[in-house]
Design a protein around this ligand. Structure first.
Ligand code: GYE
Length: 325
């Protein structure tokens, strides 16, 4: 079924090529088929996770024989909207993007739909009520990630007799992972009334942001027991601030993060971070598969959830040598 419809698409593309008068030129892949063109609007280059995700998308496109047009929005929604509009103008076959924030996408998604260009969401979600504006959403369950972080802390704090003071370094304000990780973590720590979030602020998913926020937290709060950072980079920035304040990260102040990129895992293995919830950036292969299926007219699931694990110090030490990102 899939093959048949793909052949139909290929035949139609070959016809279109001939009709345009360019029929004598061989297609770049050597076959008669026109390459699928994907426009990909990336969030930015804010973290180790993002760098690994970009690499995964670019390498997978190459492997899948998909022509990738790539743009980096530098964490700005207006740049992503511009990029999507330019992909629509260029009449790409499919648009994939990782929305920096959840809201404000309906207009541009409607423009893509009107131009009959399918959209695939990857990594982060949008809050659009109209689900017909995109074909599928591939990415992690961020609420679950926050929950796993909170559950670890509940178990870890069982023997504590005093209040456990937590500071939270949130991800980018309004982004799906920041909203959902916060929600999941809060839900989980409700199980123990000793656990209290005493301050919460955004570090924009960057190392420098995490450092700045942690410096302010340390200035304003004498008694911080735990940092919950929404990603490794923010946690790594917090480590710098804690050390500069003469305290020992991982001991005086416990640190929980999300992602499990190499730098985070190295800090966990060294005991500076205490626990990491994995969030996989390796979405490229699945994204290219989904794009091919959508363009072949196959039905795809509305939601594709990434499988993920968690790491303690010992587990990080074991996993590090073969860690891909
Ligand atoms: O956790 C963070 C990145 O959207 C899941 O974005 C992604 C998050 C990831 O900047 O490191």
């Amino acid at each position: 079924m899939f093959k048949k419809s793909l052949i139909a698409v290929m035949a139609a593309s070959a016809l279109a090529l001939t009709a345009c008068g360019g029929g004598t030129q061989a297609a770049p892949s050597g076959g008669a088929d026109k390459k699928i063109v994907m426009g990909f609007a990336q969030v930015g280059a804010e973290s180790g996770w993002r760098t690994a995700n970009t690499k995964s998308v670019q390498e997978s496109a190459k492997e899948a024989g998909i022509d990738l047009k790539f743009s980096d929005a530098q964490q700005k929604q207006e740049n992503q909207i511009k990029a999507i509009r330019s992909y629509i103008q260029q009449k790409v076959d499919v648009i994939a993007f990782s929305p920096v924030v959840e809201s404000g996408w309906d207009t541009v998604l409607k423009e893509a739909k009107d131009a009959k260009i399918p959209v695939i969401l990857t990594d982060r979600a949008v809050d659009s009520a109209d689900k017909s504006l995109y074909k599928t959403f591939l990415g992690s369950d961020f609420v679950l990630e926050g929950k796993k972080a909170g559950e670890w802390l509940v178990a870890e704090s069982k023997s504590a007799t005093d209040t456990v003071n937590i500071v939270e370094i949130q991800g980018t304000t309004g982004s799906a992972p920041a909203n959902d990780r916060k929600q999941g973590f809060e839900e989980a720590i409700k199980a123990d009334p000793k656990l209290k979030i005493i301050a919460s602020q955004s570090g924009d998913f960057t190392r420098s942001g995490g450092k700045q926020v942690m410096e302010a937290f340390l200035k304003n709060n004498a008694d911080i027991d735990v940092v919950f950072a929404h990603n490794d980079d923010e946690g790594l920035g917090a480590i710098e601030a804690i050390e500069a304040a003469g305290k020992v990260p991982g001991k005086d102040i416990k640190i929980i993060t999300i992602d499990a990129v190499k730098d985070g895992m190295t800090a966990l293995s060294a005991g500076k971070i205490n626990y990491i919830v994995e969030c996989s950036p390796l979405l490229g292969t699945q994204l290219m598969d989904l794009a091919k299926k959508v363009l072949a007219g196959e039905t795809v699931p509305e939601r594709v959830v990434t499988e993920e694990t968690t790491f303690t110090q010992e587990q990080a030490t074991k996993a590090l040598p073969t860690r891909q990102y």
